[in-house]
Ligand binder design. Structure first.
Ligand code: UT7
Length: 320
């Protein structure tokens, strides 16, 4: 093990061009702007164009990160893509990204932890860096959830969107970087949030199914707890946090978690109103938004937390 830290040296993002407002979604689903806004905080979401794949979103987010920090893609030695909506069953979406960005060596793989995918991905990237297996890792959360919506199910179809966010982690001898991570899963809650298809079950991609109220209750009870455990592992407390960058599923969950952690909403990056729930992409999209709007700055303490189908949940603490 090295005593290297995994420091974020760049962020990037990409959102498909098509913006679908609540009013537009109300033209083909029996719902209203008022219902969606008050229950979830969502006002609009982006949908990928026909033929625009998860890998296309991921590649665009990666290129944005390379450009923002003037980084040569060939200096990357690993690519991890967190996604529940890969282009194909195999190969991994990450290997498509690796090829598209022109990497000649290194390795690439996907991580499947749905909405907690980005937390799982940076936790794994951090472990690879600490083990000395990679020095610069491109970590992406990328999703096209519009492809697994059941448009007849208004309880889920109004909530999700497409997008991708990326960070580049670098091994550095530094006080900055990923200070701690905290991961959990509990497969007994499978039926609360899942896709009703798959290669070895139905032979189809399937559609998303969610018992929203139940997932909501788990989110409210688990997210503050995992964030506080991660803070404890880092030797910090809630009062040290400069920004919570939460998974963006529901504004009410985001507020309840911040409230439990005693952190005011002024210290929470919120993008759910414009993005909807983009699953594994939501945290890196929000991180990039925080960086580009100059809210997130060097040396600040950032807490990220998420929960998703599995159930899977977790948190990470970074000194930016
Ligand atoms: O990212 C993974 C984690 N996922 C989450 O964190 C999602 C967690 N869950 C939630 O965010 C919320 O539970 C929802 C936003 C999904 C739903 O909010 P809710 O306050 O739990 O509403 P509900 O499911 O209890 O539905 C309330 C009512 C029902 O009508 P009745 O039975 O009270 O007459 C639904 O039929 O709202 C109705 N309803 C709708 N009405 C208009 C459900 N969906 C819609 C809709 N438009 N789209």
């Amino acid at each position: 093990m090295s005593d290297m830290q995994s420091v974020v040296i760049a962020t990037g993002s990409y959102l498909p061009k098509r913006i679908v407002t609540n009013d537009e979604i109300s033209t083909f689903i029996d719902t209203s702007d008022e219902w969606i806004r008050t229950r979830s905080g969502i006002e609009a979401r982006h949908f990928a164009a026909e033929g625009e794949l998860t890998s296309d979103l991921a590649i665009a987010a990666a290129n944005d990160a390379f450009q923002s920090a003037n980084i040569d893609p060939n200096s990357i030695d690993a690519v991890i893509v967190a996604t529940a909506t890969p282009d194909e069953t195999f190969p991994s979406t990450a290997s498509k990204v690796q090829h598209a960005i022109g990497m000649k060596g290194g390795f690439a793989f996907d991580i499947s932890a749905v909405c907690a995918g980005f937390i799982y991905a940076i936790s794994n990237a951090d472990a690879l860096i600490r083990a000395g297996q990679a020095k610069r890792i491109l970590v992406i959360g990328a999703e096209t959830f519009s492809r697994i919506m059941d448009w007849e199910d208004r309880t889920t179809a109004v909530l999700f969107g497409d997008g991708a966010g990326a960070v580049i982690l670098e091994a550095q001898d530094s006080e900055r970087g990923i200070l701690s991570t905290d991961l959990h899963s509990d497969g007994s809650h499978h039926d609360l949030l899942y896709v009703d298809g798959g290669v070895s079950s139905t032979g189809t991609a399937g559609k998303l199914r969610m018992q929203g109220k139940e997932v909501f209750k788990h989110a409210v009870s688990k997210l503050a707890k995992t964030a506080e455990t991660a803070l404890e592992k880092a030797g910090l407390q809630s009062s040290d946090v400069d920004w919570i960058v939460p998974h963006q599923a529901n504004l009410r969950i985001i507020k309840a978690t911040a409230d439990k952690m005693n952190i005011p909403m002024e210290q929470v990056i919120v993008t759910v109103q414009n993005h909807g729930n983009t699953s594994a992409a939501s945290i890196p999209l929000a991180l990039d938004h925080g960086v580009k709007t100059k809210q997130i700055r060097k040396n600040q303490i950032i807490a990220i937390e998420a929960i998703g189908g599995g159930l899977v949940w977790g948190a990470a603490i970074l000194r930016w």
